[in-house]
Design a protein. Structure first.
Length: 496
């Protein structure tokens, strides 16, 4: 019997990854990404960041070609397609569905003043109660920048879309989007369960710019004859799932229910929790979007806390203090020091302004260092504790919004490779940590399986998810972890 495959694309700013997942075994049969070195980001001016959407399409084609060759799969074998993508980007297309300018991507900051002015003019209560966020530097503010600074381009815009919408459009020839996608662009009104007309009116955007809305899971469109010929796919193959990278990462880890957390701890760290009721943080210290399983009948919101100084601090410690040993040996060295690092504390905020600190930029600082008592082992432990404490600080905001955090899911990668980091996170949060072997493109493929009805639900889709390790909080040491965290928070309060 021929294999049944699910195809997942993950459209990142550094590369586009494609995975083929065997629909029957749930295992990844092949994966590839292009380019093999980081994709270029155009920065014509300071604070700008743009990419050509055609580059994403070209890299998607190269990745797909490689995995099809590796597996011997044909277009007939692929039963559904899912897409994960870098969030908050703006793609503008004309009536022929051609991109009018490079995409203004997530890390471009030119639109900050446009979002801040909208927040002031419309009022915090209006924005937070309807959008759950400040308009900030999200897609709507980026479109306002185009409208004011490139009126000749703005006049030609037929539809606006996110990076994942663009790839789906290239596959199908049809422009559409999702509620989850609209919410991450600040185009969705949660109070009225519709496009945010008040923000559209404020910016002077015509309602026709918003593409048709399709469900996150379901037959959104089908591969066109033209795309099928270009990619070696079968015309009519359903595109049946789409999600931004952070919500999709949560899906990949089977994080769909209130109180569950998906965490990543690379250069920067993300704590993404699921909330089962419409709420918001009055200081707008976290981002909130519709999660992939949010519907009008079932509230599922993704609450996103970002900690900029995560793996980048750990790498700095390794590069400058423990360069003579491996990361694993460095973790062992830090574990020789007691919980609380015998008073040494590190505030890990040396990688830019922090949303969880209300956009204050306080830098990284080391506290209580005693030259006669402390050594590099204390700095290693204090750095990892400081990173964990910043995660927990973000999670406290989520708890204040009504989230009961019981479980943290993560991929076994980056900082989660460190037993010291994992044990500290479990110890302070009181949550069980489960580590998995998965990634965004595999999650997108399984999402497509759910959307196309190949799997009856997420439990069936993720039944084969490889759980690599479970870390339970050490009850006997909980008071020590909490005391260290409380002391760190006291130091933080004196520095913000």
């Amino acid at each position: 019997m021929a294999n049944r495959y699910l195809l997942g694309f993950d459209v990142g700013s550094s590369s586009v990854k494609a995975s083929l997942v065997n629909a029957d075994t749930g295992k990844c049969a092949a994966a590839a990404f292009f380019p093999e070195k980081e994709a270029p980001i155009m920065a014509v001016k300071a604070g700008w960041a743009e990419q050509d959407p055609q580059m994403w399409w070209d890299n998607a084609k190269l990745s797909l070609k490689k995995i099809m060759a590796e597996t011997g799969a044909t277009g007939e074998d692929i039963k559904a397609i899912g897409i994960s993508y870098q969030m908050h980007g703006l793609v503008c297309v004309d009536k022929n569905l051609r991109a009018l300018r490079p995409s203004i991507i997530w890390c471009d900051s030119r639109a900050v003043p446009y979002g801040e002015k909208a927040f002031q003019d419309l009022g915090a209560d209006q924005c937070l109660s309807h959008l759950l966020n400040s308009p900030g530097n999200f897609t709507a503010a980026k479109l306002a920048w185009v409208k004011e600074n490139e009126p000749e381009i703005y006049a030609q815009i037929h539809k606006i879309m996110l990076p994942g919408d663009y790839i789906a459009m290239r596959l199908s020839g049809i422009a559409n989007t999702t509620v989850s996608g609209l919410s991450e662009g600040m185009f969705w009104d949660f109070k009225n369960n519709q496009v945010a007309d008040f923000l559209m009116k404020y910016y002077g955007f015509d309602a026709s710019l918003i593409a048709d809305i399709v469900p996150t899971f379901g037959i959104q469109s089908e591969v066109s004859a033209e795309a099928a010929a270009e990619l070696g796919l079968k015309a009519g193959t359903p595109i049946s799932y789409r999600g931004g990278d952070q919500p999709n990462n949560a899906l990949s880890l089977n994080v769909l229910n209130p109180g569950e957390i998906a965490a990543t701890a690379g250069t920067s760290g993300v704590v993404y929790g699921v909330l089962g009721e419409v709420n918001y943080d009055k200081q707008s210290r976290v981002n909130m979007f519709a999660h992939v399983n949010h519907t009008g009948e079932q509230t599922r919101l993704g609450v996103l806390g970002i900690c900029n100084g995560t793996g980048i601090l750990n790498a700095w410690i390794h590069r400058n203090i423990t360069a003579d040993i491996s990361y694993a040996e460095m973790n062992d060295l830090g574990a020789t020091v007691p919980i609380g690092s015998e008073g040494v504390q590190i505030l890990p905020f040396g990688n830019g302004a922090e949303r969880i600190l209300e956009n204050k930029e306080i830098g990284c600082s080391i506290h209580n260092l005693n030259f006669n008592r402390h050594n590099k082992a204390h700095l290693v432990r204090a750095a990892q504790e400081g990173i964990v404490f910043s995660f927990c600080y973000g999670m406290e905001i989520m708890q204040q919004m009504g989230m009961d955090i019981q479980k943290i899911h993560a991929g076994k990668a980056n900082m989660f490779l460190s037993p010291l980091f994992r044990n500290t996170l479990a110890g302070v949060s009181g949550a069980t940590i489960e580590l998995y072997d998965t990634d965004g493109s595999v999650g997108a493929a399984k999402g497509a399986g759910i959307g196309a009805g190949i799997y009856k639900d997420s439990n069936e889709a993720f039944a084969t998810l490889d759980k690599l390790q479970v870390i339970e909080p050490e009850a006997a040491k909980r008071s020590e972890y909490l005391a260290a965290y409380a002391a760190w928070k006291e130091t933080l309060s004196k520095n913000i």
